[in-house]
Design a protein around this ligand. Sequence first.
Ligand code: MN
Length: 225
Amino acid sequence: MSDYLFTPPPCPSAPVQGHSARFPVRRIFCVGRNYAEHAREFGNDPDREPPFFFTKPADALVDSGSVIAYPPATQDLQHEAELVVALSGGGADIAPEAAAGLIFGHAAGNDLTRRDLQAEAKAMRRPWDMSKGFDASAVIGPIRPGPLADGAIRGLVDGVVKQEARLSDMIWPVADVIAYLSRLVTLAPGDLIFTGTPAGVGPITRGQTCRIEIDGLAPATITLR
Ligand code: MN
């Protein structure tokens, strides 16, 4: 007999390139302001801030190729093209040099954001949860196992390039992100890290398709209905 009062919800997961088995997801961490030009477009000084983090619930994940409903409670849904790092190892107080050994693979992702709610939260000094962690807010493409070389990251709306940068433009490289984060929480296999977005974020509306491209990875695409 089960020890649960009702059937537990399914384990959130992400597709893996070349595998029928899916990557089971434990937690989703996200980095704020990891590209200098994006920090400046919101009036922040990228040279004076250590990385900071927020989270999304794991069940906010959406596979690439999905058609999703325009979310409630916003008039300003925006795309954020991001590299997603999938961990197969973990720990606390991880040294940057040890971080690469904990990475299972990488994916293209879209940190969907209710920008109007985020602006209100910033102004009122309230948490970001409802602007960042809403249903279907974490779009992910198939995870490609193994290391990832530097390359371009792009965000396109209906085929028009809105965001474009190099992964090497990140203020805090992936190894530093993992090291910093592991001083705040104990990381574990199944954790995903959305590593921040370049400049050029903007709205997506009903009927539009948003595609996140990263060299060497499969894209993360969603269409809004
Ligand atoms: Mn983001």
